[in-house]
Unconditional design. Structure first.
Length: 387
């Protein structure tokens, strides 16, 4: 017997650029933004596992890519999904962990639970955070103001308002001294200093880079007008280059620096994003195009686009239909149709969907429905055939 199930909370993010504001663990633990949290992390969920969350009658479970229910919907909330064989779930007011069969692996007893990385997961108890191992034992004391997952043997932690890094034993490896940091990737971590208290220009501080000893290898003198949600944040210096501007004003031009802090592509774009699959999305006069790592324009700016994934990039064109005010008081976004282009800029899948997600393992989630009306979701392959 078929059951009516919607893919959980893909809703408003389908067809949109993922949110770029960071939600700290403490903020998440104290808020009631369960919907927003899962919306932000759906793309990360797809990267971590082949199981996909579903929503039925107020509960969350999982299906595989064929649509078969593998874990019955019975959880109140999830965080990201499966990582290293376990997934954090909320049952009532407490968080625990399940295995891929849906069996409780770590009993719910935490105020918040986060995904496993390098064998450890962050947990919150009484507004402080520490780490557990896969048996549920607390192995790094719950004493930090804020923390994130381990990467390359180090995890960033917040102590007295400043960020640094600890090792897997919980010892301070890099003294907390920065206003913001990102996790290590390829032995480099992004750092920020001098976060502004007001908004005369960009809302974030000057960015630079450190190595794993804490040595500054790129002076914090560059800026970006966005900050990715941690759960979908791309690597720092992806493919060896990072988009930055020298101006802390909103109208600063963007170029790309290398890991020595020198410009490899001069500032000339209204906005620029990271390189993926050899191409980077750039914006000029409100339209998106793509450049290669030499700065040559490969696809002229003409779309609203996302970065490439598995050889295809999502693109959209507005229909001119304005958004609607819904019965709950929220306002829907102006309507656009979405499709996909290939790396030559040719339309590979026609713009006919009301929303679309990036391709992952040969399939992409698409949405039908606009405005305040109920939406339907499905999956397509690269021939645009429904799965």
């Amino acid at each position: 017997m078929k059951r009516s199930i919607s893919a959980v909370l893909c809703l408003a993010l389908l067809g949109l650029t993922a949110g770029c504001l960071r939600l700290s663990p403490i903020q998440a633990a104290e808020s009631s933004l369960q919907l927003t949290q899962v919306l932000e992390t759906i793309q990360q969920q797809q990267r971590l596992t082949r199981l996909f969350p579903i929503y039925e009658n107020g509960k969350i479970g999982f299906i595989d890519r064929t649509g078969r229910i593998t874990i019955e919907p019975r959880f109140d909330e999830i965080f990201v999904g499966f990582s290293e064989g376990l997934a954090p779930v909320r049952i009532g007011i407490k968080w625990g962990y399940i295995d891929r069969t849906g069996k409780i692996a770590i009993e719910p007893r935490f105020d918040r639970g986060f995904d496993f990385s390098e064998g450890l997961a962050a947990v919150a108890i009484n507004r402080r955070l520490g780490y557990i191992n896969k048996t549920g034992k607390i192995v790094i004391p719950v004493e930090f103001e804020d923390v994130y997952r381990f990467s390359e043997g180090l995890a960033r932690v917040k102590v007295q308002g400043k960020w640094g890094f600890i090792d897997r034993k919980g010892q301070i490896a890099i003294r907390p001294q920065f206003d913001a940091v990102r996790s290590f990737s390829n032995s480099i971590a992004r750092v920020e200093r001098n976060l502004p208290n007001k908004l005369p220009g960009l809302p974030f501080g000057a960015i630079g880079a450190i190595d794993k000893t804490g040595k500054i290898i790129v002076e914090p003198k560059f800026y970006q007008s966005w900050r990715y949600s941690e759960f979908i944040a791309p690597p720092f210096f992806a493919e060896g280059l990072e988009p930055v501007t020298l101006s802390n004003k909103l109208d600063g031009k963007y170029g790309y620096i290398n890991t020595t802090g020198e410009f490899a592509i001069s500032p000339q774009f209204d906005r620029a994003e990271i390189f993926k699959e050899g191409l980077a999305k750039i914006t000029l006069n409100g339209r998106d195009g793509f450049i290669d790592t030499t700065g040559k324009i490969i696809i002229p700016p003409q779309f609203n686009a996302s970065s490439f994934s598995e050889g295809l990039a999502r693109v959209s064109q507005p229909t001119g239909e304005e958004g609607e005010t819904c019965s709950n008081g929220w306002r829907s976004l102006p309507h656009s149709y979405w499709g996909f282009i290939n790396k030559t800029g040719k339309i590979a899948i026609p713009l006919k969907f009301d929303g679309a997600d990036d391709f992952f393992e040969g399939m992409a989630q698409v949405r039908f429905g606009k405005g305040c009306r109920p939406n339907k979701y499905g999956f397509i392959d690269k021939l645009a055939d429904k799965l």
